[in-house]
Design a binder for this molecule. Structure first.
Ligand code: NAD
Ligand code: DAU
Length: 329
């Protein structure tokens, strides 16, 4: 099978390509990535030598290029996006362009060739849950996005669904919770905290720090996408989440400080993110019951592994770090 992966030089995409070529060595992957600030070929150094892997630098907004690449593809797995909520607040336009128009461009090409389209989306499209409640997002939760990022992802989800309903395009969608693990850009919470601490800085906690995410190790997300690509039902959405059990940002910071042998005085409370969603929690019963998926990597153990990875791979993140911090100045 020839798979056209978009955004494969990013965090989850690069982990996915490495995962897929290991688990499905007979398949061929073409990685279309624009190499924005978030795309990094250093994340795929070990994969470059694989004869079943090809990299194409280009944008999902380039209809001609996308059309050519789709000619030889058997399916599309679409990761490419502007992915950082803080950036979407500072400059929403790129999010509308890439996440909505970019997805539209790919869907048009997929429709002409009639090939299956898997869309990688986020739990953020469902909005925010109340702190302290036991409610979780399910496949039936209404969309209520609160940031330009999540609104643009919601728009892309709706387009994917519409192409299935209107044109009969074979599609699947996964809406996943917060990922963590190797090759995550240092602008995101966990790597930002680890890399700041390695450099002698402090952890920046937004607002009161009592915000809750449903953390999932990135390898488990790749396994979930595999389960859907292999056995998922055409036209269906699957929610994917972790087992971090309502841990607050402040408690994650305390865990990282403990792992790194540091104390709470390294925490700095900074201005809150506008429109900050209080709590996310995902009910992943459907993908478990129908496709046999569940998370395998515990939050505690793989947070430690992630700290180690950032300690041991400073040449990967150092070139990205300064630029990442400049958005907060
Ligand atoms: P990322 O920001 O690390 O990577 C995005 C990649 O897309 C980069 O390599 C970038 O160069 C590429 N890209 C951006 N615009 C492009 C364009 N116009 N054409 C081609 N490539 C382009 O993002 P990520 O964290 O790996 O997220 C990947 C996908 O997963 C996104 O769709 C995101 O919404 C979704 N998602 C992320 C998380 C998470 O916790 N990180 C959770 C759920 C869903
Ligand atoms: O839920 C899935 C989403 O998770 C993905 O769709 C997004 O692409 C991904 O970026 C992530 O979004 P979040 O906004 O939840 O992730 P972020 O790492 O930016 O922030 C996680 C939490 O930590 C959030 O409550 C904001 C807070 N935060 C973040 C940063 C960068 C801090 O307190 N301090 C920080 O420095």
């Amino acid at each position: 099978m020839n798979i056209l992966v978009t955004g494969g030089a990013g965090f989850i995409g690069s982990n996915f390509i490495r995962y897929w070529l290991t688990e499905h060595p007979q398949d061929v992957i073409t990685n279309l990535d624009a190499l924005t600030y978030a795309g990094n070929l250093a994340s795929l150094k070990d994969v470059e030598v694989n004869p079943n892997y090809e990299f194409i630098q280009g944008s999902i907004l380039d209809a001609e290029l996308v059309g050519q690449l789709v000619e030889t593809a058997d399916r599309i797995v679409h990761f490419a996006a502007e992915s950082h909520v803080d950036r979407s607040i500072l400059g929403p336009e790129a999010f509308v362009e890439t996440n909505i128009r970019g997805t539209f461009t790919l869907l048009e090409a997929a429709r002409k060739k009639k090939i299956p389209f898997h869309h990688i989306s986020t739990d953020e499209v469902f909005g925010s849950l109340e702190l302290g409640s036991s409610a979780k997002f399910t496949e039936h939760t209404p969309y209520q996005p609160n940031s330009p990022y999540s609104a643009s992802k919601a728009g892309s989800d709706h387009l994917v669904r519409a192409y299935h309903e209107t044109y009969g395009l074979p599609v699947t969608i996964t809406n996943c919770s917060n990922n963590f693990g190797p090759y995550q850009h240092p602008e995101k919470f966990i790597p930002r905290m680890i890399t700041d601490l390695i450099d002698g800085g402090t952890v920046k906690i937004y607002g009161d720090g009592l915000y809750v995410r449903d953390w999932l190790y990135v390898q488990d997300h790749c396994r979930a996408i595999d389960a859907v690509l292999t056995n998922g039902k055409n036209g269906e959405t699957y929610l994917v989440g972790g087992m971090s059990q309502d841990i607050s940002n402040k408690d994650i910071a305390l865990k990282v400080l403990e792992i790194m042998g540091m104390s709470e005085d390294k925490i700095t409370y900074v201005a809150d993110r506008p429109g900050h969603d209080r709590r996310y929690a995902v009910d992943w019963t459907k993908i478990h019951d129908e496709l046999g998926w569940q998370p395998e990597h515990s939050f505690e153990e793989w947070l430690k592994e992630t700290v180690e990875w950032y300690k041991n791979n400073q040449s990967w993140w150092r070139p990205l770090k300064e630029k990442a911090e400049s958005i907060y100045k």
